[in-house]
Design a protein around this ligand. Structure first.
Ligand SMILES: [Zn+2]
Length: 102
């Protein structure tokens, strides 16, 4: 073969470009596959979480309701004395134990 150097350069560059394109396409394909795998994984995880929540929802909700409702009703009823820590009835204006104003 008797080609001028510029022809060789063009040939090499063309091959390089082809290789690069092939490589980038392969990389893109791999990225896409990874993304799809990740999406499938996330979806499966979400499905599991939803299932678990559905399974746990009635009992945990019931526990929260039965736990917090009476406490919330009781909490503001008592007035604790700052001086002696005695718990006084809600309508008291002074401490029944030490007489300090509440
Ligand atoms: Zn007191």
């Amino acid at each position: 073969m008797n080609l001028p150097p510029i022809a060789w350069a063009i040939l090499v560059m063309g091959l390089l470009w082809l290789g690069l394109r092939l490589w980038s396409r392969k990389a893109e394909q791999r990225r896409q596959e990874e993304r799809e795998a990740r999406m499938a994984e996330l979806l499966a995880e979400r499905e599991r979480m939803l299932e678990a929540r559905e399974r746990d929802a009635p009992s945990s909700l019931g526990a929260v309701v039965s736990d917090s409702a009476p406490k919330a009703a009781e909490q503001p009823a008592e007035r604790r004395c700052l001086g002696c820590r005695t718990v006084n009835p809600p309508d008291a204006s002074v401490c029944a134990s030490c007489g300090l104003e509440l």
